[in-house]
Design a protein around this ligand. Sequence first.
Ligand SMILES: C[S@@+](CC[C@H](N)C(=O)[O-])C[C@H]1O[C@@H](n2cnc3c(N)ncnc32)[C@H](O)[C@@H]1O
Length: 249
Amino acid sequence: MSQNNVFDYFNKQANWSFDQYGIVSESLTDWDLIDLIKRFATPDSRILDLGTAGGEKVIANYPVCAEILATDYSPEMIRTACKNLEKSGRTDITFKVMDNLNMDVPDNYFDIVTARHTITAPDQIIRCLKPGGLLLIRGVDKYDCHALKMVFGRGQGFDDPVPVSITDYEAVLGAGFAGVELVPIHEREYFKDRESFKSFLQRVPILNVCDEDRTIEDDLLDKYIRANTFGGMIRLLRRCYGITARKPE
Ligand SMILES: C[S@@+](CC[C@H](N)C(=O)[O-])C[C@H]1O[C@@H](n2cnc3c(N)ncnc32)[C@H](O)[C@@H]1O
């Protein structure tokens, strides 16, 4: 997908939520972005969240602290985030439009930078962190939903020669971060029926990376469902990764 298509895709998702699919999720590993933020943030912390979308996660889960700046390059997302903020009553959060690849924030300013399921430029992030500041990245890896992608013979990252986790890990190391850890995250998601699973797949960029093509072939879908139904629920294995890193003191 070209950068313009990616931008259009996210701009159109601004009022959309995963809640409608009633997904039941179970984590087999314990790297949790929100737990880590809560562990390391103090009331004096300044936090930057990159690619925040509608801000729901920041508003609901980030601890109240001195300052939280949450950014996204989609003006539609930031409009939605500002509306969500107004409803929340929180006063420690500000949203602004910013491209993660062309960051416009002060140097040596933030204690924590977070980036969940978005693109990052670690060489720019390191500049805006204070010495000793913490970077937390969570991303979707090449082997996410791999069995499903194998049945369909396509999907996000399916043909990547190098998994995105490795590309990100090397970029974080290359930017000069210290104590860099790359941790696999393995989750099971369960869908209650074929209809909700199919409409989820039509919506998300797992199989169809291009927004215009929503086709999910019924015969392939049924083949996957036959092999991946447990206790009446359709299972999808998610494979993400977490990166923790510190700017050297
Ligand atoms: C999959 S959503 C993740 C949203 C949120 N962080 C979460 O975890 O729910 C990816 C977000 O990254 C944003 N994004 C993608 N590329 C970006 C870029 N170059 N600069 C800033 N935001 C970007 C999109 O607009 C979208 O809101």
